[in-house]
Design a protein around this ligand. Structure first.
Ligand code: CO
Length: 215
């Protein structure tokens, strides 16, 4: 059975690529020939899978400048092999200098985690956000407005994911070898386009606390 809309949707993707091919062919800097040989990005972006928060557009960066990992609600789960593999490659092979964990206001994942509704298998992922709520329950419960509650949990979740990232052996071993690696927490305002620094930057394991900082 033929689905016309589905076909048109796919055609749109191919048409979009034609525009990109034209853009690449008109580039006289040799940038794309260089990129075809390899990458040398300085930024690792860990963001939400949400379609509204593309790393390059938000940061004014071009192909080749940002190594990207995205999942539901920009989580850093210590047993997530996909995240760990991206992180290991970014830190130890690409020698990334800036890691940005980027949340965004209006994040559906965080809103879902704050509800009592079941959504399916994703509930087990969202439980990690419920854990963040548990740490900060007092502060979140004190906020009356529901949207403000969600937005505050979005900020706190980013900060907790920054902490989770800094407690990995990958980041801490890199800090032993070099002093040019920073981890930042940021939140995106989709409506204004603003990328807001949450001021939770780590450049060493000094402030992680004794249990978390490896010798
Ligand atoms: Co989101």
């Amino acid at each position: 059975m033929e689905n016309k809309e589905l076909k048109i949707g796919f055609q749109k993707i191919l048409e979009g690529n034609k525009n990109w091919i034209e853009f690449v062919s008109k580039d006289k800097t040799g940038r794309f020939q260089q990129l075809a040989k390899g990458q040398n990005p300085e930024i690792l972006w860990i963001g939400c899978a949400d379609s509204r928060v593309p790393a390059n557009e938000l940061t004014g960066t071009k192909p080749g400048e940002v190594f990207v990992h995205r999942n539901i609600a920009n989580m850093v789960i210590h047993s997530d092999m996909s995240m760990l593999s991206v992180l290991d490659y970014a830190v130890n092979v690409l020698k990334i200098k800036q890691v940005i964990i980027a949340g965004h206001y209006g994040c559906g994942g965080v809103a879902a985690a704050l509800s009592r509704q079941q959504f399916g298998i994703i509930d087990n992922w969202l439980c990690h956000i419920k854990d963040v709520y548990r740490i900060h329950a007092k502060e979140i419960d004190a906020i009356a407005d529901h949207d403000q509650k969600v937005d505050r949990l979005i900020e706190l979740n980013v900060k907790e994911q920054v902490f989770n990232l800094c407690t990995t052996s990958i980041i801490q071993n890199a800090w032993k070898e070099r002093n040019d690696l920073a981890v930042h927490g940021m939140v995106i305002n989709i409506g204004t386009g603003e990328l807001i620094d949450l001021g939770s930057t780590f450049t060493s394991n000094d402030d992680l606390g004794e249990v978390f900082a490896y010798k």
